[in-house]
Each structure stands twice: as structure tokens, then as C-alpha cells.
Design a protein around this ligand. Structure first.
Ligand SMILES: [Cu+2]
Ligand SMILES: [Zn+2]
Length: 186
């Protein structure tokens, strides 16, 4: 009786050991490098808004840092902001910029959590003067170089409403109120 129990435990340990082996052998993804030192996006109003601004991009650590000023919002309002797939802001409603930049084919979500698009960022909040001082680190992307996660040549889009980080495919953040193509400048 005692022997049988010991054997059963031993057998289950063997099985568990085999089952866990494949997890350890997953190859690491190659690290993509930014080839640009700086980029810029001039955001022009879309969807009849008064929102515009200029954003600068710098490769930093594991991603790209965004800084700049975007104005023309209602005071203290909150807005979704994302990198979108196509560097085309020609449509009046900026629909030409396509969906969220999503090279990994993920679901929409909050940056920094397990599931999100590469172009997803946290909402921005305008000050009492209707201006956003942008200071965002977008992890997991590159600037220049043409890797699948390269944001150069794509679009930065600001929305009329806040991103709820949950609704698919775009967080229910409403109309696109400003759009600019991300261009590598140095
Ligand atoms: Cu967006
Ligand atoms: Zn998204």
C-alpha cells in the first residue's frame, strides 16, 4: 500500500517535469534598434476640432519618448492618444490613419499591461488653458530602421474622448481630433 502511493507520487512528478520543459526553450525575440535619433509629428486638426500641436520623438531605453505641446482642448479634458498604423492624415476625420499600430496582433488595452497594441498609450489631460504638455514613454517600439515595431512613417492621433483601455478595437475614445505623421528627422 505504502509502495503504491510512493510510486504514484513519483510518476506524477515525472509527468509534471516533462510538461514544463517546452516553456524553457522558447527563443528570445531579436532586439530591434532605432536608427533615427529624433523624429517629429506636426499634429493638424481633424474632425472639425481646434486641436493642433507639435510632438518630438527620441529613442530612449526600451522604446521612444514623446514630448511636446498639444493645444486647443477644452480645459481639464481627458483624451486618448495612440500611434496609428498608417502615416496618412489626409482624411478630414483622419480615418486614413487606419487602426491602432499593432504589429504583434494583440487586443487593445492599457500600455504596460499584458495585452495592448504597440501604439497604445495612457490618456492625456489638458490643463486649465486647454493645453497638454506631453511627456510619454512608449515602450516596445523603435524609431527608424524598418523593424516591425518601427513607428516612423506612422501617425500620432489624438481623440475627442478618453480611452477606456477596455473596449475593442480602440478604447471607445471617439472622433480623431488631431493627426500628424511621425517623421524621422535626424
Ligand atoms: Cu487612436
Ligand atoms: Zn489600441
Amino acid at each position: 500500500m505504502r509502495h503504491a502511493t510512493t510510486l504514484a507520487v513519483f510518476t506524477s512528478l515525472l509527468v509534471a517535469g516533462c510538461a514544463s520543459t517546452p516553456k524553457e526553450s522558447a527563443p528570445a525575440a531579436p532586439t530591434a534598434q532605432s536608427t533615427a535619433q529624433e523624429g517629429t509629428a506636426n499634429l493638424a486638426a481633424a474632425s472639425g476640432s481646434l486641436v493642433s500641436g507639435r510632438v518630438t520623438f527620441h529613442p530612449m531605453g526600451d522604446g521612444v519618448h514623446l514630448s511636446g505641446t498639444i493645444g486647443g482642448f477644452q480645459p481639464n479634458s481627458v483624451h486618448g492618444i495612440h500611434v496609428h498604423e498608417k502615416g496618412d492624415c489626409s482624411a478630414a476625420d483622419a480615418s486614413s490613419a487606419g487602426g491602432h499600430f499593432n504589429p504583434a496582433n494583440s487586443a487593445h488595452g492599457r500600455a504596460g499591461t499584458a495585452t495592448h497594441h504597440a501604439g497604445d498609450m495612457d490618456n492625456v489631460t489638458a490643463g486649465a488653458d486647454g493645453t497638454v504638455q506631453l511627456n510619454i514613454h512608449l515602450a516596445g517600439v523603435t524609431l527608424g530602421g524598418g523593424a516591425p515595431n518601427d513607428i516612423a512613417g506612422r501617425a500620432l492621433v489624438v481623440h475627442a474622448a478618453a480611452d477606456d483601455y477596455t473596449s475593442q478595437p480602440a478604447g471607445n475614445s471617439g472622433a480623431r481630433v488631431a493627426c500628424g505623421v511621425i517623421q524621422a528627422t535626424q
